[in-house]
Design a protein around this ligand. Structure first.
Ligand code: ACO
Length: 312
């Protein structure tokens, strides 16, 4: 038996902020944002809508999809860099709200790679047979750490949550390989400053990402003795369409074989991969036995990828 995804769910706040809306608050244009990033609009959470609220809606949806009762969850892992409070963790808040009283709970901090880190951690517990069901959530309310006067960053970011239930699947299915990495020396390229704002050296992060995402995508496929041609579907972190295209081109797969939610959500950090996964599953773009690759990068600097044979 292996460890795989039993159910998916996601949540995005109702409020839509378009590029035209941003033209009114910073010196930018719809044309610049669309052509340089692929983003047309993003969702922004309400003042009273926190990461734990978004995580709750996504988690409820994933539990329903997996047909699993909250009481049967053994562990909750929440990937986030924008918890409601440093402690208690979002995972503990979620445990209470879901009524998952048998679950251990903790947050995972690996910025935009957090969901992949969480997923791989869940896999270890399932394969070791320590736990039967692990709920993994990626959630971020980046709007609360966004400097709305900085055109270099504010046009890129959005809020949202995505969730999966990880459990036992039959041999040959599920998470077949992974790669996780970090380079702490690159921490200065993307961080939260003393004003709690996200600060980024866009060019350096871009260079790192266009190198790392394609490399990690190929690595996880080669680790299981397959070739890049065997990949049916790619789910990259939705940070910039040009970075995503670099990964797709390196794998040599068709345009429609890559998840693209960036246009309507922007970059929602830990939530971007699970939202793209959940939407792709619900739209029927991922089929039983497909080989899918999830790949992300983010602050830390961190990166991570997983190759998954879809199905239970
Ligand atoms: N509107 C108009 N002009 C802008 C804007 C904007 N919103 N932002 C920057 N510019 C300007 C810059 O000031 C610069 O002007 P200058 O030449 O006079 O200095 C010019 O556009 C070009 O800047 P570049 O940095 O070269 O633009 P580039 O094409 O690299 O795009 C971008 C910038 C989109 C930030 C790109 O570097 C990128 O995507 N980097 C990676 C970002 C990323 O992936 N972050 C992920 C982590 S964030 C997170 O996950 C939470």
């Amino acid at each position: 038996m292996g460890a795989g995804i039993l159910g998916v769910g996601h949540y995005a706040p109702d409020k839509i902020v378009t590029n035209k809306d941003l033209e009114k608050i910073v010196d930018t244009t719809d044309e610049w944002i669309t052509s340089r990033t692929g983003i047309e609009e993003r969702r922004i959470a309400g003042d009273n809508e926190n990461s734990s609220d978004m995580a709750f809606f996504a988690a409820q949806s994933a539990l329903k999809d997996a047909n699993i009762n909250a009481k049967d969850i053994d562990l909750i892992l929440v990937a986030t860099v924008t918890p409601d409070t440093p402690f208690p963790s979002v995972a503990c808040m979620l445990q209470d709200r879901l009524g998952a009283q048998h679950a251990a709970a903790m947050d995972v901090s690996a910025a935009c790679t957090g969901f992949v880190y969480g997923l791989v951690t869940a896999q270890q517990f399932i394969e070791a047979k320590t736990y039967k069901h692990v709920l993994v959530v990626g959630v971020d309310k980046l709007s609360k750490i966004t400097d709305w006067t900085d055109r270099n960053t504010c046009v890129l970011l959005g809020d949202g949550a995505g969730a999966v239930v990880v459990g036992e699947v039959s041999e040959g299915k599920g998470i077949l390989s992974h790669e996780l990495g970090a380079n702490g020396a690159g921490g200065r390229e993307l961080y939260q400053n003393e004003n709690d704002h996200l600060v980024m050296n866009g060019r350096e992060v871009f260079k790192f990402a266009v190198r790392q995402m394609p490399e990690s995508s190929v690595n996880v496929v080669e680790k299981i003795g397959l070739k890049k041609e065997d990949v049916d579907y790619l789910i990259p972190h939705q940070a910039n369409i040009r970075i995503m295209e670099a990964a797709r081109e390196r794998l040599g797969i068709a345009e429609e074989k890559m998840a693209k939610t960036i246009k309507k959500y922007g970059n929602n950090s830990s939530a971007s991969i699970p939202i793209a996964l959940s939407e792709s599953v619900k739209q029927g773009k991922i089929k039983e036995n497909d080989l899918i690759v999830l790949v992300g990068f983010g602050g830390g600097l961190t990166w991570g990828a997983a190759a998954i044979r879809w199905g239970k």
